[in-house]
Design a binder for this molecule. Structure first.
Ligand code: DON
Length: 344
């Protein structure tokens, strides 16, 4: 009897041990990072594969953007551990444009907590274009989310500062910490947008009319315009993304820039609204939180692993860079990075 009990006990322990080992292997597989060689190869492959794609056109509603050479194309990956892989035009400084928006939202969270964004701006996707006035009329949260223009202007207005200059400098300094670089405004693009941004000024006044802007409206629009004109290279943008992938610590400088607790909040907004009226399609294909800009940059974040950046000035009707999307989708597929997948 005692012998049977011992045999049963040993069998039980061994079975449990095997099951635990299987779970551990499964977890390990799901969390596996591709090797350095594989990433290096894939970045080059993505560049070669999509460099001749001609779809889309350089944005011209900001006149100076139309002058950016449309052939430029770069792909960069920076891992959460700080390894850098690049191909193509990754050292060309382009305007960050709307890719700036989630980072300013992160700054606001740093200053006032994540709930302030929910209460004072909103976090719902609009399903409409990035600059749709209509969204501010039909959705109860008047400024809707920090990634469309109205919400981004509100977000800028929430950055605590005593005047416009200090507000912009706080944003720039935060972006410097995120990128580990000394960034600056591309003045020609700033002046060009400032002279033609009537639609954003309309957003400012609509927000003011419904008490959803938190500094003088035209001042907020101007700081927002300047923020959008900050120049970044694809490689610098990938470091900004890698800071999110690394739980808020810049993996190159080791500096904590964003509290760990705010990173999932920023990524959630990027997942739901990073591609505006194409956010659903993007979730369906790449399955990664990401943000686009009409300057041609897109940053995608794979939490805990890496940031993937594509830069190419030709954008589609939604304002999203065609080659950058393709390069990131390629990487997501190749390394099974889709957040909704099992990682295999
Ligand atoms: O406010 C604007 O229209 C531009 N500064 C930014 C728009 C933008 O990048 C849209 N995203 N793809």
């Amino acid at each position: 009897m005692r012998l049977i009990a011992i045999v049963l006990f040993v069998t039980l322990v061994m079975t449990a041990g095997t099951a635990m080992a299987q779970i551990a292997t499964d977890i390990k597989t799901a969390a596996d990072m591709p090797t350095a060689t594989d990433i290096r190869k894939a970045v080059q492959e993505a560049y070669e594969k999509f460099k001749d794609v001609k779809e889309g056109a350089t944005a011209d509603y900001i006149p100076e953007l139309a002058k950016v050479p449309s052939e430029l194309f770069g792909v960069a990956i920076v891992t959460a551990k700080g390894a850098v892989y690049t191909a193509g035009d990754v050292d060309y400084a382009f305007t960050i444009q709307s890719v700036s928006k989630p980072f300013t939202a992160a700054l606001v969270m740093q200053q006032q907590g994540a709930q302030a964004i929910v209460d004072k701006i909103g976090v719902e996707p609009t399903g409409l274009k990035f600059n749709a006035i209509l969204a501010t009329q039909i959705i109860p949260q008047v400024s809707v989310n920090p990634l469309v223009n109205s919400g981004a202007i509100a977000s800028v207005s929430m950055v605590r500062a005593k005047n416009a200059e200090e507000r912009f400098n706080k944003i720039l300094s935060f972006f410097n910490d995120l990128s580990g670089a000394k960034l600056s405004v591309i003045e020609d693009v700033y002046k060009s947008e400032a002279a033609t941004n009537q639609r954003n000024r309309a957003h400012g006044y609509i927000l003011a009319a419904s008490d959803r802007i938190y500094s003088e409206p035209m001042e907020a629009v101007d700081v927002y315009t300047k923020q959008c004109s900050i120049g970044v290279t694809a490689q610098q943008l990938a470091v900004m993304g890698a800071t999110l992938a690394n739980g808020g610590v810049n993996p190159l400088t080791g500096k904590r820039v964003i509290d760990n607790q705010y990173v999932p909040k920023v990524l959630a907004i990027m997942m739901m609204a990073g591609f505006y009226n194409e956010s659903g399609k993007w979730a369906f294909t790449a399955g990664l939180p990401a943000k686009t800009g009409v300057g041609g940059g897109i940053v995608a974040v794979v939490p805990g692993k890496m940031a993937i950046v594509g830069f190419s000035p030709r954008v589609n009707d939604a304002g999203n860079s065609v080659r950058a999307m393709k390069a990131i989708e390629y990487m997501s597929e190749k390394f099974s990075l889709n957040l909704f997948g099992s990682g295999k």
